[in-house]
Design a protein around this ligand. Structure first.
Ligand code: TRP
Length: 337
């Protein structure tokens, strides 16, 4: 059977939160168990260096993210789970792709344009102030991640669609010059329903500092849920589920029947205090088994490392011969071969 290749990377700069879980991790773990798919999931630690120059944070985040995915039951027999930096062929491919990617294409990347716009707005006379070549050429590293494994489908957030299009562009350009070596990837966007709101009512996101970490210990989880902002309606007054953060989180975990019941509770005027208690119990019960496995894993870093090395081995079984093919196609190989 020809399995569809699904690939996605997780930048290692933070601790996974409920929004990451619902939007990306949960569907990816489900996909890891599907026999018709061959998923490649990796810790994008070279991407982390673009945003974060704190070595301990990059290291800690890689460790936490790996433990999180393993604790949640990622099927590592089917999926290839690895650290980008353990597959050095990706960096070599990045350079080869850099030599076919046009600079004009990179000039149009959103992340770069946003950084330039910030400089211009703050009255800075150098529009490139503080912008590294890493940020500028970030889409090429991402293209190498994707093209190395001939990924067909790339699940990403909306902000990453442009990068997938750039990967297609770069692949097509390479294929045009050197022959059809690369597959053209497609972005797969999580449906709208999968976005969670955070503590302050905006989208749950690390950049807004309004997140609930996925494996927060019980006491802290309770505290955070109690901090979620609500309106000032009193118990007994009917409440709307739309735009309610508590409901948005509940809905992402509960069954359809439970959701119907909860809508009724809202209409019947359940108090915010009660809702917070229900949400806490629900989440806590749901997450406790994986949280326990997570805590055990954090005590066994050598086990996590072993899993990542296994993954790197599987990834390199693909990347080593493929890079050889690519090098040869551009005219880089030993004289005798
Ligand atoms: N840049 C992506 C993000 O910030 C992470 C990433 C790196 C990625 N390489 C990738 C995602 C390749 C998909 C495919 O979310």
């Amino acid at each position: 059977m020809n399995k569809a290749i699904v690939l996605t990377g997780i930048t290692t700069t933070g601790t996974p939160h409920l929004g990451n879980y619902v939007g990306a991790i949960r569907p990816a773990i489900a996909a890891s168990k599907e026999a018709s798919l061959l998923p490649f999931y990796f810790l994008a630690d070279y991407h982390a260096l673009i945003k974060c120059q704190e070595p301990t944070r990059v290291q800690q985040s890689s460790f936490e993210i790996a433990a999180t995915w393993l604790a949640l039951g990622l099927d590592t027999d089917n999926a290839v789970f690895y650290r980008q930096s353990d597959v050095p062929e990706i960096m070599e491919l990045t350079w080869i792709l850099t030599c076919v990617a046009s600079k004009g294409l990179m000039n149009r990347a959103h992340a770069y344009k946003a950084a330039v716009a910030d400089n211009e707005q703050s009255g800075e006379n150098d529009p490139d102030k503080g912008i590294t070549m890493g940020l500028f050429s970030y889409p090429i590293l991402m293209a190498a991640d994707i093209l190395m494994f001939k990924a067909n489908k790339v699940p990403v957030g909306k902000d990453q669609i442009q990068h997938i299009e750039m990967a297609r562009d770069i692949a097509a350009r390479f294929n045009h010059i050197y022959g059809p070596h690369f597959a053209l990837p497609e972005a797969v966007i999580a449906e709208h329903g999968a976005t969670l709101t955070g503590l302050d009512g905006r989208k749950m996101s690390k950049s807004y500092q309004n997140t609930i970490p996925l494996f927060e210990p019980e006491k802290k989880l309770r505290k955070l849920i109690n901090k979620i902002v609500t309106n000032s309606l009193l118990p007994g007054e009917p409440k709307l589920t739309e735009g309610c953060t508590l409901f948005s989180i509940y809905q992402a975990f509960a069954s359809p029947d439970e959701i119907v019941q909860m809508r009724e509770n809202y209409a019947n005027g359940m108090g915010w205090g009660d809702m917070k208690k229900i949400l806490f119990d629900y989440l806590n019960n749901h997450l406790a088994p994986a949280r326990e496995r997570y805590e055990v894993l954090l005590q066994r870093p050598e086990h996590i490392e072993e899993q990542l090395q296994e993954g790197a081995k599987k990834a390199r079984a693909v990347s080593v011969p493929f890079l050889q093919e690519i090098r040869k196609s551009v005219g880089i190989h030993r004289i005798s071969s």
